[in-house]
Design a protein around this ligand. Structure first.
Ligand SMILES: CC(C)(COP(=O)(O)OP(=O)(O)OC[C@H]1O[C@@H](n2cnc3c(N)ncnc32)[C@H](O)[C@@H]1OP(=O)(O)O)[C@@H](O)C(=O)NCCC(=O)NCCS
Length: 203
């Protein structure tokens, strides 16, 4: 990093930034993940459909136009899943080669599509994903992203949002707890434990 990190919030499609976000997503969150199996194009398409449906925004941490991290906020996760359902043929076409190689992925697909029902929460807005460049962690970039995410949620009249994380990802759980998020519930998906935190903001 040469200078100060700049935080940029976008709610329209920027192909280049979204592609960089998808690459970071795969780099940072492939551990026991389902959607990262399907690659950059698959993830970018989900991001773009969320933006087209006006239910998402992204905050990027930039230095000289290089992406050091990003966070995706969604105002209604159920709508996000519906937007993916509506475009199912497009997504299944990208997924098919992997599913043919490993048909058991179908089970994970259904678990993913219905995971919102397992969450047992009335909070609809969500921090969907946050990743910072692995070489630049513990410098406050993650906290800066969440700070800007909070500002954008508040601007949209939302003062509570959820985030789910693998129980085993100790550092990430600690990151959310340090930022004041409260453990709301835990549930099992893909045979592993997930924690759901809720962040109440703006009071
Ligand atoms: C979780 C994640 C986004 C945190 O990003 P980050 O940029 O490291 O976050 P921060 O730097 O704001 O905070 C992390 C730690 O750095 C510390 N820190 C913050 N600013 C600092 C600074 N200037 N100097 C030294 N340490 C600092 C924080 O206190 C915190 O310490 P802790 O981990 O001991 O509690 C990052 O680890 C990541 O991308 N992980 C992989 C993806 C992931 O797990 N995402 C979450 C699940 S969706």
């Amino acid at each position: 990093m040469q200078s100060e990190i700049e935080y940029k919030t976008i709610d329209s499609i920027n192909e280049e930034l979204l592609r960089e976000a998808a690459i970071l997503h795969i780099d940072g969150l492939s551990y026991r993940s389902f959607i990262t199996l399907f690659g950059v194009k698959f993830i970018t398409e989900i991001y773009k459909d969320a933006l087209r449906n006006n239910i998402a925004f992204f905050v990027f941490a930039l230095d000289n136009n290089k992406v050091f991290g990003y966070v995706m906020g969604c105002t209604d996760t159920r709508q996000l899943f519906k937007s993916v359902f509506k475009k199912f043929p497009k997504y299944i076409a990208i997924m098919l080669p992997k599913i043919i190689m490993s048909p058991r992925l179908i089970i994970k697909l259904f678990e993913t599509l219905f995971y919102v029902d397992k969450e047992n929460t009335t909070v609809n807005s969500e921090l969907v994903v946050i990743v910072t460049n692995a070489n630049y962690r513990s410098k406050g970039i993650g906290a800066g992203l969440v700070n800007n995410l909070d500002k954008e949620f508040l601007k949209r009249g939302i003062n509570q949002y959820k985030v789910t994380v693998h129980d085993e990802m100790v550092r990430s759980n600690k990151f959310y707890i340090n930022l004041g998020m409260k453990l709301s519930t835990s549930f099992k998906m893909y045979g592993v434990k997930f924690n759901l935190y809720v962040n109440s903001i703006g009071s």
